[in-house]
Design a protein around this ligand. Structure first.
Ligand code: ADP
Ligand code: MG
Length: 212
């Protein structure tokens, strides 16, 4: 299981497509507990990402992820731009200078993305944010990094992220706009936790496809 820069671009294209396909859904989720722009924000950001990635040739996987992060920071309004932007920039630092990525690199990317979001958002698990789906997935990846059945590890990580999204329905938002609602945020699934799950789903599906 390894990919070069062109493969990484394909994975990111799949992520961008998934966000664009779910633009209305994510916006609908944000209309219940936020300001109805999460899908719009993310879709705008990833459309700009696609343009950037197609406008130049890349050999360095770290540079690709850094470009994604910088593009998201500069084009996405709202909380999610700086959060996901920092995630991708940190991920890029984790694999700086690498022309190909293996499974350990994938785990490092996910781990640093999580660290970036925690650093930027000052949030922790249980506050109804991106972290509620991302952290459980990263934990599985790290705990099972030595397993030889990588597809099963990725499936488990994805399931953990999905359970994390479900969990956000049961808790009160403590960060971001949804926190203004207090207890009224209960019963709604968090838009950011959902977009994170969808991105991970697209990436993992593509990685599995590419590794046959
Ligand atoms: P805004 O809230 O500025 O309109 P978006 O609608 O694009 O931005 O994103 C909202 C999502 O951002 C929330 O659903 C939540 O998951 C995430 N979020 C908000 N604040 C934080 C934070 N401090 N840490 C992690 N994620 C956060
Ligand atoms: Mg919003």
């Amino acid at each position: 299981m390894s990919t070069d820069a062109a493969g990484l671009v394909k994975i990111l294209e799949a992520v961008a497509d998934k966000i664009n396909e779910n633009r209305e859904f994510l916006t609908e989720l944000d209309s219940a507990i936020g300001d109805a722009d999460h899908g719009i924000n993310m879709s705008k950001g990833f459309s700009a990402v696609l343009e950037k990635l197609h406008s130049q040739e890349f050999g360095d996987c770290g540079a690709i992820l850094k470009t994604v992060g910088m593009t998201l920071v500069s084009t996405v309004g709202g909380a999610s731009g700086p959060l996901y932007g920092t995630a991708f920039m940190r991920a890029g630092q984790a694999v700086a200078g690498k022309s190909s990525l293996n499974f350990d690199d994938f785990i490092a990317i996910m781990d640093q993305a999580l660290e970036g979001i925690k650093y930027r958002g000052k949030a922790q698990r249980g506050e109804k944010t991106i972290i509620d789906s991302l952290e459980p997935a990263v934990e599985i990846l790290k705990n099972e990094k030595d397993s030889t059945d990588r597809k099963s590890v990725m499936n488990k990580a994805l399931n953990a992220a999905k359970e994390g999204v479900e969990y956000t329905r049961s808790i009160i938002a403590k960060k971001g706009r949804a926190s203004y609602l207090g207890e009224r945020s209960i019963g709604h699934q968090d838009p950011g936790a959902t977009s994170c799950y969808l991105m991970l789903q697209a990436a993992i599906q593509k990685i599995k496809e590419m590794s046959g």
